[in-house]
Design a protein around this ligand. Structure first.
Ligand code: A3P
Length: 290
């Protein structure tokens, strides 16, 4: 009951069938272009801060997507049943699957889920730029914006519709606050520091008063900021090769990170139309976007 991209259909099924979650696992979930890269950087830094301080962080030389692997775009794409026992605990993985499509073992264990979502119009524009940036000779070009918007309004895009995607995790976060935390990209932009503290608590790695006093939280926020990550050599020139046909330029994951960037590309009537769709789809859920 979601639009699964053809190139990860098999790996999605392998993930659903073969993944064995552990209670200590951490799953970062999102629809693409909602802040996944940021969430990966922050969660990785929170959990590993004792092993490597900020000046030694692997983030300085490694793309966040190589530090936290995606289930369907990486691990289960490369192997039907990858050996995940070798990962040190707590293991952190990411997925774009909606809540209802997650493997049973994620739902049956105590593993924790952090979900990030974003104003869908900004996410749509972000996805568009990402597709254009990565549309090489052998890859399909993104359709004209009007056509793409039409599909978007019908929920017809990777892992969509977004209203179902977000509502699934929203309801799960209301039903079990120990298991699922629901974040909005826009809230993180307003106050990353308090969100980092909250995430650290949720993940079982709270900051001590000394760490707080010594500016560790602020260091993590700065390390993981768009400005910082965007200018690192590995993120400027690297290439993420996930399969012979799925390759992404590292720089395409770091663009503007602006709230409301859709206003530069979509007109008011498009926005009004989408607003009505969202009200109709999410009206009763208590979940809303600006
Ligand atoms: P824009 O295209 O609007 O700039 P994802 O990580 O899910 O692929 O989402 C990509 C979006 O998040 C892009 O948005 C990108 O610029 C933004 N982004 C990436 N890293 C970020 C960071 N460290 N802080 C804030 N935004 C970030």
């Amino acid at each position: 009951n979601f639009w699964c991209p053809g190139d990860v259909l098999k790996s999605t099924i392998f993930f659903q069938r073969n993944f064995k979650a552990k209670d200590s696992d951490i799953i970062l979930a999102s629809i693409p272009k909602s802040g996944t890269t940021w969430l990966k950087s922050l969660s990785f830094s929170i959990i590993n801060r004792k092993k490597c301080t900020t000046p030694e962080s692997p983030l300085l030389i490694t793309n966040p997507h190589d530090l936290v692997s995606c289930m369907e775009y990486d691990l289960f794409l490369k192997s039907e049943n990858p050996d995940l026992e070798a990962f040190s605990c707590p293991r952190i993985f990411s997925t774009h699957l909606p809540y209802h499509a997650l493997p049973q073992s994620i739902l049956n264990t105590k593993c924790r889920i952090i979900y990030i979502c974003r104003n869908p119009l900004d996410q749509f524009i972000s996805l568009r730029h990402f597709l254009l940036e990565n549309s090489g000779e052998d890859q399909q070009k993104a359709p004209p914006i009007d056509e793409a918007f039409e599909l978007f309004c019908k929920g017809l895009y990777p892992f969509g519709p977004v209203w179902d995607h977000a509502e699934g995790y929203w309801n799960a976060s209301l039903n079990d606050v120990q298991k699922v935390v629901f974040l909005k990209y826009e809230d993180l932009k307003i106050d990353a520091t308090s969100h980092v503290k909250m995430l650290a608590e949720f993940l079982g790695f709270p900051f001590s008063p000394e760490e707080d006093e010594n500016g560790v939280v602020k260091e993590i926020v700065k390390l993981c900021s768009l400005e910082n990550l965007k200018n690192m050599e590995v993120n400027k020139n690297g290439l993420l090769v996930l399969s012979p046909t799925i390759k992404f330029k590292a720089r395409s994951f770091f663009r503007k990170g602006e709230v409301g960037d859709w206003k530069n590309f979509l007109n008011n009537s498009m926005a009004e139309r989408y607003k009505k769709i969202m009200e109709e789809k999410l009206g009763k859920s208590g979940l809303a976007f600006e």
